[in-house]
Design a binder for this molecule. Structure first.
Ligand code: HEC
Length: 191
């Protein structure tokens, strides 16, 4: 490796002499390549603006998401909770899912068997906001924020709300222990 042999350069500053110690070629090439790479990068992403920046990538991802879930988003947005025309869900798997959702989200105020605490008893025939699938689904979806009942339509899907309302209807007449006294009016489903 002749090029790495110690070779004194033919100059001296105040008696200090210097060996010729060139950097290894691979290092020099790498260094030059990074400079070229940096220049190309800057040109591609910032000067010519050809490559997508992080903002562009974000916008693209959001757009892809919206395209992919367009029908779901439209269906959810199009739910009319005010004049609904829903059917009670009787599918066992859906009701089991609703039971889980109820345990996770609702028992804090309505208690484990729906007998009521902060929120009203959901097992009797008396309803503040009306019984039956349509009224119950509407109350769950829109909530009664001023009374402490959460608006669930922002965190639960339509199918989940309908399953929950159907699950609550299935609790009718279960007479759990220590029920909260009835509130609201007697509700009878119009046939
Ligand atoms: C933070 C406490 C709280 C939580 C959690 C809560 N609720 Fe309520 N809920 C209430 C209160 C308070 C009311 C009574 C509102 C009123 O007085 O108008 C109520 C009312 C209701 C009613 C109407 C009862 C009627 O008599 O008309 C239904 C149905 C209901 N909740 C279902 C649910 C479901 C389902 C969940 C879970 C997804 C849930 N609630 C979670 C507090 C809560």
């Amino acid at each position: 490796m002749a090029q790495y042999e110690d070779k004194l350069l033919d100059h001296a500053y105040d008696g200090i002499e210097e060996y010729n110690n060139p950097l290894p070629p691979w290092w020099v090439y790498l260094f030059v390549i990074t400079i070229i790479w940096g220049g190309l990068y800057m040109f591609y992403f910032h000067i010519a603006d050809v490559g997508p920046g992080s903002t562009d990538e974000y916008t693209t991802e959001v757009r892809d998401y919206q395209t992919k879930f367009a029908s779901t988003i439209a269906a959810e947005a199009g739910v009319n909770w005010n004049t609904p025309n829903f059917e009670i869900v009787s599918d066992k798997a859906q009701l089991a899912m609703a039971k889980d959702l109820f345990a996770k989200n609702c028992v804090a105020c309505h208690l484990a068997q729906g007998q009521g605490a902060i929120g009203p008893n959901l097992t009797d025939k008396y309803w503040i906001h009306g019984g039956g699938i349509n009224n119950i689904a509407k109350t769950i979806a829109l909530g009664v924020p001023e009374k402490g009942m959460i608006t669930w339509k922002n965190s639960l899907k339509k199918t989940e709300i309908l399953a929950l309302a159907s699950y609550i209807i299935s609790l009718q007449g279960t007479s759990p222990p220590n029920p909260k006294p009835p509130q609201g009016d007697l509700f009878e489903e119009k046939k």
